[in-house]
Ligand binder design. Structure first.
Ligand code: CDP
Ligand code: MG
Length: 140
């Protein structure tokens, strides 16, 4: 399998509870390398643009409010099959369905406040990484 990069976000519910280190340990234990990382606070408009694929869904407005409510940590994870591997480490969107040991099973508070974002495919990963990071910030 090829080396891939994927975009990860540690969401406000997790930064509020000081869980950045515990979540990063899950990535590193799974063999994912954090090759870029920064803590930022999104505006609602910036969150809305990031999640524009969900515009019109009933949860969209609340999701954008939530993502702008406190700092997030945006990061690029690299590794063999990193996109699917990160989805595995994250667990299902709804923590009630997330497998034991996954980030969402251990830390998520609800289907909305579910601690992490991860890209779902190579094309979305490329767009999402470019939304937050310039080439100069990706040193591998
Ligand atoms: O994050 P993931 O790719 O697992 O799920 P998604 O279907 O792409 O949804 C994006 C985000 O919207 C989720 O992670 C939740 O924070 C939120 N969401 C929600 O609040 N209620 C739903 N029924 C579905 C998603
Ligand atoms: Mg998604």
């Amino acid at each position: 399998m090829a080396t891939e990069r994927t975009l990860s976000i540690i969401k406000p519910d997790a930064t509020n509870r000081n869980l950045t280190g515990k979540i990063n340990a899950k990535f590193e234990d799974a063999g994912l390398r954090i090759v870029a990382q920064k803590r930022i606070q999104l505006t609602k408009a910036q969150a809305g643009k990031f999640y524009e694929v969900h515009a019109g869904r009933p949860f969209y407005d609340e999701l954008c409010e939530f993502m702008a409510s406190a700092p997030v940590v945006v990061q690029v994870l690299e590794g063999e099959g990193a996109i699917a591997k990160n989805r595995e480490v994250m667990g299902a969107t709804n923590p009630a369905d997330a497998a034991p040991g996954t980030i969402r099973a251990e830390f998520a508070e609800s289907v909305g406040e579910n601690s992490v974002h991860g890209s779902d495919a190579p094309d979305t990963a490329a767009v999402e990484i470019a939304y937050f990071f310039s080439g100069l910030e990706l040193v591998g």
